[in-house]
Ligand binder design. Structure first.
Ligand code: CMC
Length: 418
């Protein structure tokens, strides 16, 4: 390998593959022409080693526990910024001036009303429909109102960002069989969301904690849901359909759905008598099919920087609300067990962002099955920024190859007369 090229000899034929180096010295071999030149494709289950794109949005170093949006460290942003400013940063690449931020916030308020049919759509869904299914449905339904959603336009970007918190709040209320609360265009993004969810103004501590949680979830480069948004968008499907697909991908318990799963697991451990050692042993037993939810990460192999920030915020919120929760003790015991247990240490399994977020959401009194909609609300600016970048890069339709391992050609023999 030279700095610029890698030579690979396959079937006696040597192919020279260009090497790409990112601004943070990440190396990639560009295999664009590999099949054409050698007849080979690469195979990488779960894309553990495959870069699907180049991106200027988020930098993540799993070994060092680094997460940066557009070059800004996540802990700086969580401490000093606010969610709509971070959304602007992700979308447009630079922090806004005060005037630009005021204008952006105003546009979000102006465009925040959702279609009149939204409530009826939610109410028409079967009782007990999971909130993520409801959210995916009302999000894709926006395409019925905004015709040219596939176009990369300011209108589409503002529309989805502005309406989404209203949709999430309506879904949360519908899931509990509660009436909807009117959208208040004078309130800021996060306060309005909390007010629409709980039907009363939220305290400054809650608004601040929610804002921080949303920032921490705002982007995470090419994860499962973001890759879904980019790949669906690459077919020229509209932004509402692309985001709705991302919501569905996020729902799974191995991804965003872990925050709900963590809390359900903590509740189960509490109900079982609180013996964390028993559950740690189960997680280590491959035959049990049991995993400790909120532990492990595809990319972070040292610690999840978001989990560190959230843990601190979690302590503050619980203190402020005066919540004394046995689940927090259980969570701390699980964390300690994992940090010192050989199984977890050798596999580099650390608490991830979802481990603590569920405990805060519970203290804030969000119903457990709505937790993942809050992850979606946080992740939205990342999804939209990645969709925008994919359009700007004019990326081709996403279409992986496969290695066929099924039956080879065989004759069809009819078993019955037509
Ligand atoms: N509990 C017990 N064992 C685990 C766990 C866990 N939570 N996570 C991974 N392992 C083991 C796994 O069995 C495997 O062991 P071995 O090498 O002996 O076969 C090894 O660790 C590597 O696991 P993997 O499944 O190959 O790793 P992955 O990169 O494919 O999966 C993960 C990453 C997050 C899906 C996985 O760690 C997991 O299922 N965690 C629990 C779910 C969770 O908390 N998900 C939220 C992720 S953070 C939010 C987000 O960004 O989506």
């Amino acid at each position: 390998m030279s700095a610029e090229k890698v030579s690979i000899t396959l079937n006696g034929k040597t192919s020279e593959l260009p090497v790409l180096v990112g601004t943070e010295n990440e190396y990639a071999i560009n295999i664009d022409k590999l099949r054409e030149e050698t007849g080979f494709v690469t195979l990488d289950f779960g894309y553990k080693n495959t870069g699907a794109t180049t991106s200027k949005i988020t930098f993540l170093d799993g070994e060092e526990g680094i997460l940066r949006y557009r070059g800004y460290d996540i802990s700086d942003l969580a401490e000093k910024s606010n969610f709509t400013e971070v959304a602007y940063l992700l979308l447009y690449g630079e922090l806004p001036t005060a005037a630009q931020l005021a204008d952006f916030n105003q546009k979000l308020k102006d465009a925040s009303d959702v279609p009149a049919e939204t409530g009826a759509i939610l109410k028409a869904m079967p009782k007990g429909t999971h909130p993520m299914a409801q959210l995916a449905a009302v999000t894709v339904a926006l395409s019925g109102v905004f015709g040219d959603g596939a176009k990369l336009s300011e209108e589409n970007i503002i529309n989805i960002l502005a309406k989404f918190p209203v949709l999430v709040a309506m879904v949360i209320r519908n899931s509990q069989g509660l009436d909807f609360i009117p959208n208040d265009k004078n309130a800021d993004y996060v306060s309005n969301f909390l007010q629409m969810t709980f039907g009363k103004p939220a305290s400054a501590v809650l608004v601040d904690a929610m804002d921080k949680l949303l920032i921490l979830h705002a982007d995470h480069e090419q994860n499962c849901s973001t890759s879904t948004v980019r790949i669906v968008g690459s077919s020229n499907a509209n932004i509402y359909a692309s985001i709705s697909a991302g919501i569905s991908a996020l729902w799974g318990p191995l991804h965003g759905g872990a925050n709900q799963a963590v809390l359900e697991q903590l509740e189960a451990i509490e109900k079982d008598g609180g013996d964390t050692a028993k559950f740690v042993a189960m997680a280590k037993d491959k035959n049990s099919g049991f995993r400790l939810m909120g532990f492990g990460h595809r990319v972070y192999k040292n610690f999840d920087p978001r989990a560190r920030i959230i843990k601190k915020s979690c302590d503050e919120v619980l203190n402020d609300l005066g919540v004394k929760d046995k689940k927090l003790t259980i969570a701390t015991e699980l964390e300690q067990a994992a940090l010192h247990d050989e199984y977890f240490v050798t596999r580099k399994l650390y608490p991830n962002v979802d481990f603590y977020s569920g405990i805060i959401y519970k203290a804030m009194e969000f119903p457990t099955d709505t937790f993942t909609t809050l992850f979606a609300l946080g992740r939205l600016p990342g999804w939209v920024a990645q969709w925008k970048e994919m359009k700007e890069n004019k990326e081709p339709i996403g279409r992986p190859r496969q290695i066929y391992t099924g039956a080879t050609l065989r004759p069809y023999v009819a078993v019955s007369e037509r």
